[in-house]
Ligand binder design. Structure first.
Ligand code: GAP
Length: 435
């Protein structure tokens, strides 16, 4: 399938089936802003849970945090964002398009002209005011990264958990950037969610931790079903590094619009803790309990985007195949990510006994697995509907079920059907969905 076509199809599917809608659509939309619909929110929540499980619950060396979106304005002076978090923008002299200087490659992508205004720095942070007065004293920002919420709480976490190095603090939350260039669907949004880890370590261990985190984070995407051929690691060149980083490597995905960053893993050195100590006047050094030595730990930061990961999972799962002369669209999402695990479909909605039986089965299994009930079309159409949103199993109840107390379970990917006793459905789902 043509790559441009694939992206178009995914955007259309997301809107039609309730994964992702344009923001404020009834008002004509809002540039680079998106809303997640009923299936989208389930998928996104599953991405976040899988990340939290892998990076917090399944490890001994990690704790979680949920800091506020709006922080003390001095935070952004200390972090360097007020001075350095800029895009350099130019205007095309012919068509007046405003463009990022690093995106133009010598000529305007809109009209081909080679004449531009001088570049000007444009800060990406979204400003707001707190309190009754909208003057400079009340100015602050919506956070452009969740990371700083972790650094300013470093001492709190140490004091309240007695953690020893190396250890990490993980956080998932919204971040905001005033992105002005076109965004490739949700890839570049103004409001997005990040999944970030700040992993604190002794300076001499930082390079090793950096390499380990690159491997761990790369493998996470593969474990959740992304094809390895569609992923790569790209180390940053010196001149690409952020103002705080000693090294950085991106996990990139082969999106239909080209290889693009899913996540960056950076060695942030001791820059942030030192900066916050200087700006706040609070001693943020770590004290080794055995040697009593005090020092600033180094930080390795795996920083991913929930929206970008969700988009990559959608793109990678999208599949079309011909079945009985018709095109079947199926989202082959990993079972951990599929928004719905089981659809309960009665074969004859006019038969009240079948409907009652189907609804009772749903009531029983919805305690453990996300399921839906649908009786609004013929079975072939119901299957196609579920395939398109990636529902892992369809369970049908028919006339025979009333007598033999068996139901049919259909596998999304193979479309194989299996008849199993009703009282073994839970066991079947536990075996096949949980491992
Ligand atoms: N704390 C480091 C940091 O924020 P970043 O490379 O600017 O680094 C990290 O952002 C991740 O956040 C990116 O890899 C991407 O997944 C996500 N991200 C950044 N800007 C985004 C945007 N405008 N829209 C969607 N996701 C974004």
């Amino acid at each position: 399938m043509m790559k441009e076509k694939l992206m178009e199809k995914i955007v259309a599917l997301c809107k039609r089936r309730g994964f992702i809608y344009p923001s404020s659509e009834i008002y004509g939309g809002l540039a680079n802003s998106w809303d997640y619909g009923p299936y989208g929110v389930e998928l996104k929540n599953n991405v976040k849970s899988a990340w939290w499980k892998a990076n917090v619950h399944n490890r001994e060396d990690m704790v979680g945090l949920d800091a506020g979106i709006i922080m003390h304005p001095r935070t952004w002076d200390a972090s360097g964002h007020t001075q350095n978090f800029n895009d350099i923008l130019v205007d095309c002299k012919k068509c007046k398009a405003r463009l990022r200087e690093d995106h133009i490659h010598g000529k305007c992508p809109k009209c081909g002209s080679k004449e531009f205004t001088e570049g000007r720095a444009f800060n990406l942070m979204l400003a707001t005011h707190l309190g009754a007065m909208a003057d400079t004293s009340s100015k602050t920002y919506f956070r452009p990264e969740t990371a700083q919420g972790i650094f300013v709480n470093f001492k709190n976490v140490i004091d309240s958990t007695s953690r020893k190095l190396p250890f990490g603090i993980a956080q998932i939350g919204k971040s905001f950037r005033n992105e002005i260039t076109a965004g490739n669907f949700t890839f570049r949004s103004r409001e997005f969610e990040q999944m970030e880890i700040e992993y604190f370590t002794k300076a001499e261990d930082a390079d090793r931790c950096y390499q380990q985190w690159i491997e761990t984070r790369f493998q996470w995407y593969i474990d959740l079903g992304i094809k390895e051929a569609n992923l790569r690691i790209r180390p940053h060149a010196e001149d690409e590094l952020a103002h705080y980083a000693k090294g950085c490597s991106d996990v990139e995905y082969a999106f239909p619009f080209g290889w693009s960053e899913l996540e960056g893993i950076a060695n942030r050195t001791d820059y942030d803790l030192k900066q916050h100590a200087e700006f706040s006047g609070v001693d943020l050094r770590y004290q080794d309990k055995v040697t009593n030595e005090r020092f600033y730990p180094y930080v390795v930061e795996p920083s991913g985007g929930v929206d970008r990961a969700t988009l990559a999972f959608l793109v990678d799962a999208y599949h079309e195949e011909e079945v009985n002369g018709k095109i079947r669209t199926v989202l082959r999402l990993n079972k951990k990510l599929a928004p719905v695990k089981v659809a309960i479909l009665p074969l004859l909605k006019k038969n009240s006994d079948i409907v009652t039986m189907a609804k009772n089965i749903k009531k029983d299994i919805q305690k453990d697995f996300v399921c839906v009930y649908d009786d609004t079309a013929a079975i072939g159409k119901l299957y196609r509907r579920q395939d398109e949103v990636g529902t892992f199993y369809c369970l049908t109840v028919d006339v025979d079920s009333l007598g033999d107390k068996q139901v049919t379970i259909r596998d999304r990917d193979s479309m194989q059907q299996e008849r199993i006793p009703m009282d073994r459905v839970k066991e079947f789902l536990n075996t096949n969905l949980r491992n």
